[in-house]
Design a protein around this ligand. Structure first.
Ligand code: SPD
Length: 357
């Protein structure tokens, strides 16, 4: 009996030591271990074959998660438990993350492919010197519409969206800055307006749009518009390019009043556990051939001038999706408006959505 007890105690001790050692190794290597790389990106925003190619080249196993808005991403990253190695936020969100100490500075010596980025997309005000971020895709926010479904009508102004003939025909992208921005732009206010009265006025203007709004959705808007479930959409340019690829009856316009030009970039969060692998992945995505493959798959505009050589002219010379500086310089980049305004924009957007119910 004594022997049985001794054996039981010994087995218990061995098991305990094994569990302890494994836990220590795991915590030293990060949650997933040194042979993995966790990526947090927008939905439909990478060619899966490139992830496989990166895994083969690096020997790392990629764990991939997606989000549908900067706001959703920011909430998750601010939560201490997340251990993403690479994240792909937009301009104002990068500035906010930087300000909150959520990012680590990039080691440019590990990113030789950065030289392929068009200088027009480097050193932008939200991250001067690209200390924390390197460009991934860029684009605009605009109107996609199907003229056939609108009796031959053409749209070129935000004001057109309020026309009675568009009843139940509009799909809006489910994102606070974009929808509140639609209200602001239509009233002639800045997309970075922080005047509470202007913002309330923008919300009231949006409430008047409700009879024309069929849905407020994320990535499924591409399928709905391509399948002619609705005639008009408030969409990001790259999604418009993909929809038009599927259904050439649609067209995309940058409204005459102006709009938002945005830049999505790769960053490494402070809580990353595989910083070397993160640099390796960023450099892999900056490779001109890889960037061209990704651009063809995703539909968005690449800031990589090396990649342009691998892309067909019908893509790179389409001014709807590759507008020159003479157009983009007149558009607005979202600014980081601070915590209070960030919450207020979100609140106005949620209230607007509640009005539809
Ligand atoms: N489905 C991918 C969508 C990526 C769009 N990013 C645009 C951000 C604008 N602030």
């Amino acid at each position: 009996m004594k022997k049985v007890v001794q054996m039981f105690v010994a087995a218990f001790l061995v098991a305990f030591i094994l569990i302890y050692v494994t836990a220590r190794i795991n915590s030293l290597q990060g949650y997933y271990g040194a042979d993995t790389l966790t990526i947090y990106n927008w939905g439909d925003y990478v060619d899966p074959d490139l992830i496989t190619a990166f895994e083969e080249e690096s020997g790392l196993k990629v764990i991939y998660q997606t989000f549908e808005s900067n706001e959703a991403m920011l909430t998750k990253i601010a939560h201490k438990g997340s251990t993403f190695d690479v994240v792909i936020p937009s301009d104002y969100a990068i500035n906010k993350m930087k300000e909150q100490g959520l990012l680590i500075p990039l080691d440019h010596s590990l990113l030789p492919n950065l030289e392929h980025i068009d200088p027009r997309f480097l050193d932008l005000p939200f991250d001067e010197g690209n200390q924390y971020s390197v460009p991934y895709f860029w684009g605009t926010l605009g109107i996609i519409y199907n003229s056939d479904l609108l009796g031959g009508k053409h749209l070129d102004s935000w004001h057109d969206l309020w026309d009675d003939s568009l009843r139940n025909e509009i799909i809006l992208v489910d994102s606070a800055r974009e929808v509140i921005g639609l209200g602001l732009n239509t009233l002639g206010y800045s997309l970075n307006d922080t005047d509470v009265d202007h913002l309330r006025e923008a919300q009231s203007k949006l409430v008047e749009l409700i009879p024309n709004v069929k849905a407020i959705v994320g990535d499924e808007l591409k399928m709905l518009l391509a399948n002619e479930e609705a005639a008009v959409g408030l969409v990001w340019s790259g999604d418009a390019a993909l929809i038009i690829d599927d259904n050439p009856k649609l067209d995309y316009v940058i409204p005459i009043e102006g709009t938002n030009v945005w830049f999505d970039s790769m960053v490494i969060p402070r809580t990353a556990t595989n910083i070397e692998g993160a640099h390796q992945f960023i450099n892999f995505m900056l490779d001109p051939e890889n960037s061209a493959i990704n651009t063809e798959y995703v539909g968005y505009s690449t800031p990589n001038q090396g990649a342009l050589e691998f892309l067909p002219e019908e893509i790179t010379e389409d001014e709807r999706f590759y507008p020159g500086p003479e157009i983009t310089d007149k558009l607005e980049v979202y600014e980081n408006l601070g915590k209070r305004m960030f919450a207020f924009y979100n609140e106005l957007f949620l209230e607007f959505k509640m009005h539809r119910k």
